[in-house]
Design a protein around this ligand. Structure first.
Ligand code: GLU
Length: 304
């Protein structure tokens, strides 16, 4: 497969979408990002990396971090997790309150905000140094010790966190949060604030693509079966209320974030990360989604 040519053709073909959509601005720091950037990196499970354009520019990974926090939590508590969080697509916005109230404080899945706030709460209860553990796990996955939280983005999000604060209060009311609400929000925003490039994200997702290899990063271990189950949740719940559309157009498990990034995997073949800050009205990167649709069209391979 000539991935260099495929990436370069994709880059040319997405140009007509330039300028469509806008970057997330409910987090003031994200509104300052130059929206007209695009990067893409693909790494095969044999270790070849292909990149184009702004693939080495770091950006706010936001909800892509939910894959890492789920992996960490799953490794620590195993199937106990599913007593407090479901594994069904939500069909609602990532920060929706309505469903959470109707379903009495049990979030639909760990990739929406409510579900990941519960994941954050479990990690706070179970780990002695959760912030250090989380970042060392991500660094180990990406094989890069310089990856870090961005305090500026974390604080900026806290200042305007009306919806997430409401969500965590509902969770607490229904008994699904053990720790102090402020601590949970702080840790959750820290995890969302991590900055990585497409190349770093592609590298960090290789262990999810290569699920037959032993998974052991910074002391975090998962079985092959657990990784496959995580991939199943990426497939069904990774794209807000556009998971069906992404599955239909792209056909790969993955996770998006409101920073404009998307990371996806083709099991036993490759991992891929794209980034472009302009989002559609569901919160997914417009150019990023198109680039991944073109990738599986041009390679004529998806998981289906
Ligand atoms: N930190 C963001 C929030 O909680 C993450 C949203 C996302 O990327 O989906 O609203």
């Amino acid at each position: 497969m000539d991935y260099n040519k495929i990436l370069s053709d994709i880059y040319d073909e997405i140009q007509p979408l330039a300028g469509q959509g806008k970057q997330a601005d409910y987090i003031p720091e994200l509104a300052k990002v130059d929206p007209d950037q695009f990067g893409m990196s693909l790494e095969t499970i044999s270790g070849e990396m292909y990149s184009i354009s702004d693939a080495d520019v770091r950006f706010s990974i936001q909800s892509i971090s939910k894959v890492f926090s789920l992996a960490l939590c799953f490794s620590v508590v195993g199937d106990e997790l599913w007593k407090r969080v479901g594994k069904e697509p939500s069909g609602a916005a990532f920060n929706s309150l309505i469903q959470l109230e109707i379903e009495k404080g049990i979030p639909r899945n760990p990739f929406i905000n409510s579900g990941n706030l519960v994941v954050a709460d479990i990690l706070l209860s179970k780990l002695e140094y959760p912030e250090e553990k989380f970042i060392s796990f991500v660094r180990s996955l990406a094989q890069n010790e310089e990856i870090d939280y961005c305090m500026r983005v974390a604080h900026s999000e806290r200042e305007k966190s009306y919806l997430n604060a409401a969500i965590v209060n509902i969770l607490k009311y229904y008994g699904n949060i053990e720790n102090d609400i402020e601590r949970v929000l702080h840790f959750y925003f820290m995890m969302c604030s991590v900055e990585m490039s497409c190349a770093e994200l592609a590298r960090a997702f290789i262990p999810f693509a290569n699920h037959k290899m032993p998974f052991d990063y910074a002391g975090v271990t998962l079985t092959s079966s657990q990784i496959k189950r995580m991939n199943a949740i990426m497939q069904t719940c990774g794209f807000y209320d556009e998971a069906g559309e992404f599955s239909f157009l792209v056909g790969l498990p993955g996770k998006s974030g409101v920073g404009g990034g998307i990371a996806a995997i083709h099991p036993m073949r490759y991992s891929v990360a794209v980034w472009s800050p302009r989002l559609n009205d569901k919160g997914n990167s417009i150019m990023g989604m198109k680039a991944l649709e073109l990738l599986t069209t041009k390679t004529e391979e998806s998981i289906f």
